[in-house]
Ligand binder design. Structure first.
Ligand SMILES: Cc1cc2nc3c(=O)[nH]c(=O)nc-3n(C[C@H](O)[C@H](O)[C@H](O)COP(=O)(O)OP(=O)(O)OC[C@H]3O[C@@H](n4cnc5c(N)ncnc54)[C@H](O)[C@@H]3O)c2cc1C
Length: 324
């Protein structure tokens, strides 16, 4: 049997979970064994939704102490389910929770775990292709262990439903949890109070890095973003300086964006930043250093001080708009 860890919102599986289920079904087919799923909180319709992707049985974890996300408790529940069901493999989505829960399971069982897999050839050991460096490198790897533990890279696998879904059977699973399993839990979700166009949806993104110099100097970039109906982004350096919130960060540990136009100002173009903007159709870099990596990645580059270029751009766009 192959066990899949499915994340869902009110019974609707997350996209990354559906992608994972598509690969998990392929792995189950290679072993010629059934595909099952573990979920936390029942959620109406979840059995039908995952059944459409080939899941035959859904194990719904039921414990009074688990009210929302609790990484150690979720992992211990999956761990106990693995002991009971002895699956060939456990697959989880390549989401923050999927990685965290499976890493805990791996540690508890003393097993290796492979993250961000794209392709699996099952056998005594699994032959894997997996992403490294935020997707800039593909690695061929072998995964061993009594139970194979792997997460599936998000946004890479085309999802596919089965032809005649019957829906999955639901079964309750009650783990035995100690107090320390419940010491980390979700307390509150705070909605971002950031205004403006969300980064992920913006057609144009104006982004600032350490070269901007201060939080106040971001006003110039905000003005440019307003004039272009663009969203504001930033590098991690600008976030670390406290000039921008993490919501604005583009990169490996921030947002992945694919605008028509990306305008990085005072950003050097570190690989961890480029991972987040490699989907941009055009890059217009503004940087004083002609040797900066961002200039190599850019379609257009202005080699000059952003504190002169951005206000000049703002004025030129304003004049053009006024004259129109
Ligand atoms: C595990 C890990 C994850 C990471 N994740 C991310 C991530 O998600 N996103 C991210 O951005 N980084 C990330 N980083 C950090 C990354 O490696 C870089 O340190 C960071 O991107 C650098 O930010 P920066 O380009 O703003 O700063 P710098 O590298 O300091 O570059 C500043 C640039 O501004 C230019 N400049 C200076 N003054 C001016 C001026 N007046 N006008 C025009 N140009 C000027 C300089 O020439 C330089 O190119 C990560 C690092 C690690 C190790």
């Amino acid at each position: 049997m192959i066990l899949s860890f499915v994340e869902h919102e009110d019974g609707k599986p997350e996209d990354s979970s559906v992608e994972m289920l598509t690969l998990a079904r392929d792995v189950a087919g290679q072993h010629d064994v059934p595909l099952e799923a573990v979920v936390f909180s029942a959620g109406e319709g979840v059995a039908e939704a995952v059944g459409a992707f080939g899941v035959e049985t859904v194990h719904v974890v039921d414990h009074d102490g688990i009210r929302d996300y609790a990484p150690e408790a979720w992992a211990e529940s999956v761990n106990q389910l693995v002991s009971e069901l002895e699956p060939e493999a456990v697959l989880a989505p390549g989401s923050e929770r999927g990685h965290e829960v499976l890493a805990h399971v791996a540690s508890k069982r003393g097993l290796p775990m492979a993250a961000n897999c794209l392709d699996v050839t099952a056998g005594e050991a699994y032959e894997l292709t997996r992403q490294r460096w935020g997707g800039t490198l593909l690695e061929n790897a072998r995964l061993t262990g009594e139970t194979k533990l792997l997460t599936v890279a998000p946004n890479e696998i085309s999802t596919e439903q089965i032809a005649d879904p019957n829906g999955a059977t639901t079964r309750e699973f009650q783990p035995t949890l100690a107090d320390e399993d419940l010491r980390v839990g979700l307390v509150e979700i705070e909605e971002s109070d950031e205004e403006g166009i969300p980064l992920g949806e913006a057609r144009i993104v104006v982004s600032g890095g350490r070269g901007v110099g201060s939080a106040e100097e971001f006003d110039k970039l905000e003005e440019l973003a307003d004039l272009l109906d663009a969203a504001i982004g930033s590098s991690r350096a600008a976030v670390n300086e406290g000039w921008r919130s993490h919501d604005d960060q583009v990169g490996q540990t921030g947002a992945k964006i694919s605008p028509t136009l990306y305008i990085p100002c005072g950003i050097s173009g570190a690989v961890q930043h480029m991972v987040g903007c490699k989907g941009a159709e055009n890059i217009l870099a503004i940087n004083t250093d002609p040797e900066a990596a961002i200039v190599d990645h850019a379609d257009y580059a202005v080699i000059a001080d952003l504190h002169e270029v951005v206000p000049a751009l703002n004025e030129a766009i304003r004049e053009q708009k006024d004259g129109a």
